[in-house]
Design a protein around this ligand. Structure first.
Ligand code: HEC
Ligand code: HEC
Ligand code: HEC
Ligand code: HEC
Ligand code: HEC
Length: 220
């Protein structure tokens, strides 16, 4: 009974976006015994303020990332900005080591505030297969790791025409194309191309990439 009560509460939660639902996606880490969805990333109280994130319930990656570079690059990637570190809380694929509210986030399995009645060390129980796809599903998990040299550059200033003339000028230099391809403080971050909650355009893209429409929003 309790189980169905919780699912009811989650389904009654107002939609935070006009798009599709996170329910049942790869970002839905809930399970029968831990039937909450948002808790794996957000908490209503006593959140981790380290990244100034939206009521963040995870520990923060402390990794130093190897940044993208190439002979033709005109911008200067920096270490991931706080908003991209939110994603790397999981997608760095490394054990986190930080302390929040007296809990030692010694590995990826602790939440700052665990689901009701649970202790931090067991909050990922029994969702092991969601992250450990190598062990349970026989394929490598979709982590970017800490080596970002093979990934589209992030935490770069969107170039002005004088820096690189091969880019369209965004309608808002700080916020980008505010409907979908958002910039954060004028920079390209993970959420510029991805919407962590919305599976409408797989894999969690902010718009369809048919005909490379996502890419050509920026690239001329
Ligand atoms: C896998 C992690 C994850 C899960 C699960 C998740 N979120 Fe988020 N959420 C994020 C990240 C990362 C951001 C910040 C980036 C952004 O704004 O897109 C965010 C931002 C937000 C924001 C503020 C920005 C906005 O879009 O309005 C709200 C509100 C929010 N989430 C609500 C929810 C709710 C409600 C749920 C559960 C139904 C949920 N989230 C589940 C990761 C998650
Ligand atoms: C709570 C941990 C967590 C956080 C935080 C998180 N993710 Fe994920 N993400 C996952 C898991 C687990 C998967 C599934 C991995 C797999 O199946 O290999 C995944 C898968 C994905 C996928 C592939 C989806 C697909 O259908 O193939 C994308 C894209 C993605 N995440 C982007 C992001 C972005 C961007 C952010 C930050 C805005 C983010 N994630 C934050 C846990 C997380
Ligand atoms: C939110 C994603 C996530 C979930 C859910 C998760 N793990 Fe992990 N786990 C990781 C990451 C990331 C690492 C560190 C990199 C690695 O070893 O793959 C890790 C490491 C481990 C390790 C290696 C030991 C260590 O500390 O280095 C074990 C064992 C493990 N997890 C078991 C589990 C079990 C059992 C469950 C389910 C109860 C579980 N994990 C659920 C992400 C997760
Ligand atoms: C410039 C746009 C862009 C940025 C920035 C970006 N991504 Fe992606 N990402 C994509 C596209 C497009 C795909 C789908 C690629 C495909 O399907 O061939 C993708 C795929 C993924 C996948 C699935 C990979 C797989 O093997 O299936 C993950 C996970 C992911 N992104 C996470 C992230 C994270 C985390 C960040 C920030 C560190 C990020 N992305 C930044 C555009 C971007
Ligand atoms: C939000 C705008 C934006 C989007 C969307 C975007 N890019 Fe980029 N991309 C950039 C910027 C800015 C750079 C850095 C250019 C530079 O410094 O010369 C870049 C760099 C690159 C580079 C490396 C260039 C070099 O000189 O090393 C490639 C290749 C690339 N993008 C391909 C893509 C593809 C493919 C997509 C779609 C999946 C995509 N981009 C989506 C803005 C974007």
């Amino acid at each position: 009974m309790r189980k169905y009560l919780w699912i009811g509460i989650i389904l009654m939660t107002p939609q935070y976006t006009q798009g599709g639902s996170i329910v049942g996606t790869r970002h839905d880490l809930s399970s029968g015994s831990t039937p909450e969805i948002c808790v794996f990333c957000h908490t209503p109280h006593n959140a981790n303020l380290d990244l100034n994130g939206p009521l963040w319930n995870r520990f923060v990656t402390t990794q130093t990332f190897i940044l993208y570079d190439s002979a033709t690059l005109d911008t200067n990637p920096s270490q991931p900005s706080p908003v991209s570190k939110l994603c790397q809380s999981c997608h760095d694929g490394v054990n986190a080591t930080s302390v929040a509210h007296g809990y030692n986030g010694s590995n990826k399995h602790d939440l700052v505030n665990p689901p009701v009645g649970d202790m931090p060390d067991t909050t990922s129980w029994p969702n092991c297969e969601r992250c450990h796809t190598d062990i349970y599903l026989g394929r490598a998990p979709k982590w970017l790791g800490t080596d970002l040299t093979d990934d589209h550059p992030i935490s770069i200033e969107y170039p002005t025409p004088s820096v690189d003339p091969n880019f369209n000028i965004p309608p808002d230099l700080q916020d980008g194309w505010t409907d979908d391809v958002r910039l954060v403080n004028g920079k390209i971050e993970c959420i510029t191309c991805h919407d962590v909650h919305n599976p409408d355009f797989a894999p969690f893209l902010v718009k369809s990439n048919a005909g490379s429409a996502l890419c050509t929003t920026c690239h001329k």
